[in-house]
Each structure stands twice: as structure tokens, then as C-alpha cells.
Ligand binder design. Structure first.
Ligand SMILES: CC(C)(COP(=O)(O)OP(=O)(O)OC[C@H]1O[C@@H](n2cnc3c(N)ncnc32)[C@H](O)[C@@H]1OP(=O)(O)O)[C@@H](O)C(=O)NCCC(=O)NCCS
Length: 137
């Protein structure tokens, strides 16, 4: 479990994700009471090293895939595509008929291209805005 959190943080701590790093305790809190289905997750190991993961949640007969991550040393070998494919097989066996995920168009690793290759179609685009709010004196 700690390895999964660390891999996730390593992958999303890169510029452009707007990701806020979470501690292991915060990560466990996120999982408690969430619709995550660890039995449907796909995790790739290279010996004792976690190389990549795809984590999903169920919402009726649909699934959401909020986390797709491959650690830098294992990238561009088809691992993400293969983990997504495995996840889709697990989801189909669980009766899921639709899978959703969200990404950013500017992702440095062309996630739109990745997900298109995995069979996804773009159905909506949402601009995102962010602004720090100064602390009040
Ligand atoms: C995105 C990520 C999961 C891809 O993992 P990966 O195992 O390297 O991906 P794959 O080898 O399966 O690549 C499949 C396709 O995705 C696209 N792709 C992946 N990385 C790319 C890159 N750096 N540049 C351009 N295209 C890329 C390509 O179309 C690629 O097919 P190709 O190799 O035949 O050209 C990985 O880079 C990562 O963890 N990034 C940080 C976290 C992240 O952004 N996650 C997704 C959030 S929605």
C-alpha cells in the first residue's frame, strides 16, 4: 500500500499536474469509505519495485479511472496501455459497461494520445482555473 502511494506521488509530483502531495495517512483516509475497488486495480511489479498502476472506482455499471501512473524508469514500453487493457478486462468481468477518465490536454506525456490508443474518445473539454488566495492578516 505504501509503495502504491509513493509511486503515485512520484509520478504526479512532476510539473503540470497541479498535484498536491499527500502523506501516507492522508492517502489511507482518501481510500476509507471511497468507492475504490482494490480488487479491480492493476499493479505492475519489476521484482520488488512497483513500476506502474491503474486504480479505478465503480459507480454502478460505470467505472472511473482516476489514477494511471508509470514510474519514469519504466515508461515508453507500453506498460500504461497494457495495464489499462488489463483493467478493462477486469471491469468487463465485473459487469461494467462504460469507463470514464479525465486528463489534461497539455500533459507532457500525451495522455490524450495514450487514452485514444486505449480506445477512449474525448466527450467533453473543461477549462481549469487556479489562483492562490492570500492569507488574511
Ligand atoms: C502517462 C503515463 C502513465 C504513460 O505511461 P507509459 O507506460 O510510458 O505509456 P505507454 O508506453 O503505454 O505509451 C502508450 C502511448 O501513450 C503516448 N505516450 C506516452 N508517453 C508519451 C510521451 N512521453 N510523449 C509522447 N507520447 C507519449 C504515446 O502515444 C504512446 O504510444 P507509442 O509509445 O506507441 O508512441 C506516464 O508517463 C506517467 O505516469 N506520467 C505521469 C503521471 C500521469 O500523467 N498520469 C496520467 C494522468 S491522467
Amino acid at each position: 500500500m505504501a509503495g502504491r502511494r509513493a509511486a503515485r506521488e512520484e509520478c504526479f509530483d512532476e510539473p503540470g499536474h497541479g498535484h498536491v502531495v499527500r502523506t501516507f495517512e492522508q492517502y489511507l483516509d482518501d481510500l476509507r469509505g471511497s468507492p475504490y475497488r482494490p480488487d479491480l486495480w492493476s499493479v505492475a511489479w519489476d521484482g520488488d519495485q512497483l513500476a506502474g498502476l491503474v486504480l479505478c472506482e465503480l459507480d454502478g455499471d460505470a467505472a472511473e479511472v482516476p489514477w494511471v501512473a508509470v514510474r519514469p524508469a519504466w515508461r515508453r514500453r507500453g506498460l500504461a496501455l497494457s495495464l489499462l487493457d488489463r483493467t478493462h478486462h477486469h471491469l468487463a468481468a465485473a459487469g461494467v459497461t462504460k469507463v470514464r477518465l479525465r486528463t489534461v490536454a497539455e500533459n507532457a506525456n500525451d495522455t490524450v494520445g495514450l487514452y485514444t490508443k486505449a480506445g477512449y474518445a474525448v466527450t467533453a473539454r473543461h477549462p481549469r482555473h487556479r489562483k492562490p488566495v492570500p492569507a488574511r492578516a
